[in-house]
Design a protein. Structure first.
Length: 228
């Protein structure tokens, strides 16, 4: 039975999610503020976090940011706003998906199962590649250690950013469409915004540029490529 943390300061929403997930054989842990949500996510053995954007003590964005510093724990964010900025910000911070309120419990479970399938698929792919180290002179990507070294300096990437970089770096110069990257890095059944790819590429570029390096190229109208 999977353990799911539901973090929302709205008692009614938590109750609805709790009862529906229990019927679907999930074990549910609850939090009504961001501080407790972060503590539970890091201390409890939870398999997924359902995280509201606006909560007292610490908002969902900050909770997501702190979790991503140490964990690849699947996160689905809830937001009452359909504003594009809110959605993109959540994705940039490392959320795996987002759902706009109001939503049906059935949709939530479908999204949860899709994210869990992607995480499982990605984990299997990483195991297959654990013996690989990509060495492009000043740039070294150690898949086993999940480390990126550029000009002798370690580049800090969130888990999904690292997975995206690895996929692009497999064949330097090869152009990947956003749809292809979504399929291989996030999973074929990803239900969120395709711009999650753009958000993650931007974060990788920013980290590389801190060391004076830029290896990700935009091929306008097509997608992205890794070029050394």
């Amino acid at each position: 039975m999977l353990n799911v943390l539901v973090a929302d300061d709205d008692d009614n929403i938590r109750a609805i999610i709790f009862h529906y997930l229990k019927k679907q054989n999930f074990n549910v842990v609850e939090a009504d503020n961001g501080r407790d949500a972060l503590d539970l996510a890091l201390e409890k053995q939870v398999d997924m976090v359902i995280l509201d954007k606006l909560m007292p003590e610490m908002d969902g964005y900050d909770v997501c940011r702190e979790i991503r510093k140490v964990s690849n724990l699947p996160i689905i964010m809830l937001t009452a706003s359909g504003d594009e900025f809110d959605r993109v910000l959540g994705l940039e911070l490392g959320a795996d998906d987002y759902i706009i309120k109001p939503f049906s419990p059935r949709e939530l479970v479908a999204r949860m199962k899709a994210v869990l399938r992607r995480v499982d698929s990605t984990s299997r792919d990483i195991v297959k590649e654990q013996s690989f180290t990509y060495d492009y002179g000043e740039i070294k990507i150690d898949v086993d250690r999940r480390e990126v070294i550029v000009k002798g300096e370690k580049v800090t990437l969130r888990p999904k950013e690292f997975d995206l970089l690895v996929h692009l770096a497999k064949i330097p110069g090869n152009v990947y469409t956003r749809e292809t990257l979504l399929e291989h890095v996030w999973g074929y059944d990803f239900l969120g915004d395709i711009r999650i790819v753009d958000a993650h590429v931007k974060k990788i570029r920013n980290e590389f540029k801190k060391i004076g390096c830029d290896v990700l190229r935009t091929v306008w109208g097509v997608g992205y490529k890794f070029e050394v």
